[in-house]
Write a new protein. Structure first.
Length: 365
């Protein structure tokens, strides 16, 4: 076979170089041409390969970067000791040595009596408290005591829970702490249905505790004043009801099992006020400020839980007068004006906890 070769210039004359080539040499040109093409395209091939490796790496990294520990429900991974370590940065002289609930054995036969009156101590209320503690209990259920990791959710009553669809997530926690008379029935999709503890005071007690709690829910009385002890004693012993001394009439009939009732140790109210809000323990009567039940519940959780998540905390902007503050009723921030709570100071305390990683938020704050 004759092949035309490139033109050759010889002595000013242009000749066509003709060479003879065997057809069998054609296939041998293919590898040569491929190698030549690869050499020319080596940079492009390496670039494509690098891009592929980057895509694989990003795919793996993306899975890790979208991992939210707030939603993690794996009970085998427990940050044991983390809450204590971080709480000590925020709460001076932090300790877990104090019992959660008052009991006769640990409270009345101690050498140092209470230094403060309610709500920060029991000074002056010993007699009625003695009678009350004789018919109530103080222990945590064995189902909680035996847990290797106590994963707790403190559920506030804030409007942020409405349409949040957080119910199923809240139900996965070992301990769910609720506040006051906040309803569950009819709001399960947003707030869940599990209630391990409910903190309340007489004016905030639900008229029928059985309708909004589980059969084994601990009903934890938060005493603000001596009349609170008297109300509880009268209810449980079916004595003549106490009607005066309350800013709102508490239930006169309150059907609860005394075995489920606990009396919160005022120590935790003292810690919340003095360590988190920097409030003086003795205040003038006209300017008294007290922590909310919500902040108190978070403080309590920080003293016995291994993981603390919160939901439904935070108030509307102070300029928003029409935004409701609770997920279940239409009262606005204006109703807080006459209260003894400083919600802005409490917001600062909770934000500090979030910054330290001491608590994590399930709803925006």
């Amino acid at each position: 076979m004759l092949l035309a070769a490139p033109m050759v210039n010889l002595g000013g004359k242009t000749l066509l170089q003709v060479t003879s080539h065997d057809e069998s040499s054609g296939p041998r040109l293919i590898p040569f041409l491929l190698i030549k093409m690869i050499n020319k395209s080596r940079g492009k091939i390496l670039g494509v390969l690098a891009l592929f490796l980057v895509m694989v790496w990003y795919s793996i990294y993306r899975e890790d970067s979208f991992y939210f520990p707030v939603q993690e429900n794996n009970k085998t991974t427990c940050p044991l000791g983390e809450v204590e370590k971080k709480a000590a940065q925020l709460i001076g002289n932090y300790t877990r040595d104090h019992p959660l609930f008052l009991q006769l054995k640990d409270y009345f036969w101690v050498k140092t009596p209470s230094l403060y009156e309610l709500p920060y101590g029991t000074k002056g209320s010993e007699d009625v408290l003695l009678r009350l503690l004789s018919i109530t209990h103080y222990s945590l259920p064995e189902s909680i005591q035996s847990l290797k990791c106590r994963r707790c959710a403190v559920v506030g009553n804030g409007h942020r829970l409405r349409n949040s669809s957080m119910g199923d997530t809240i139900n996965t926690y070992d301990v769910v702490i609720r506040l006051n008379n906040a309803p569950v029935h009819g709001y399960e999709q947003d707030v869940g249905s599990k209630t391990t503890m409910r903190l309340f005071y007489p004016e905030s007690a639900h008229f029928d505790p059985r309708t909004e709690n589980n059969p084994d829910t601990l009903l934890v009385l938060v005493p603000f004043k001596p009349m609170d002890f008297q109300w509880m004693e009268a209810i449980l012993n079916d004595k003549r009801r106490v009607r005066k001394g309350f800013w709102k009439q508490p239930p006169l009939i309150w059907e609860a099992n005394p075995e489920q009732v606990r009396i919160l140790n005022p120590y935790y109210m003292e810690v919340t006020a003095a360590k988190l809000l920097n409030l003086p323990m003795k205040q003038p009567r006209k300017v008294k400020q007290k922590p909310t039940t919500g902040l108190l519940a978070i403080t309590l959780a920080l003293h016995f839980c291994d993981l603390v998540h919160i939901a439904g905390f935070g108030y509307p902007d102070s300029a928003n007068k029409k935004q409701t503050i609770h997920y279940y009723e239409q009262i606005t921030l204006k109703s807080m004006a006459a209260s003894e709570h400083n919600v802005s100071h409490e917001a600062v305390a909770i934000k500090r906890m979030l910054e330290l990683g001491l608590v994590k938020n399930l709803t925006y704050f």
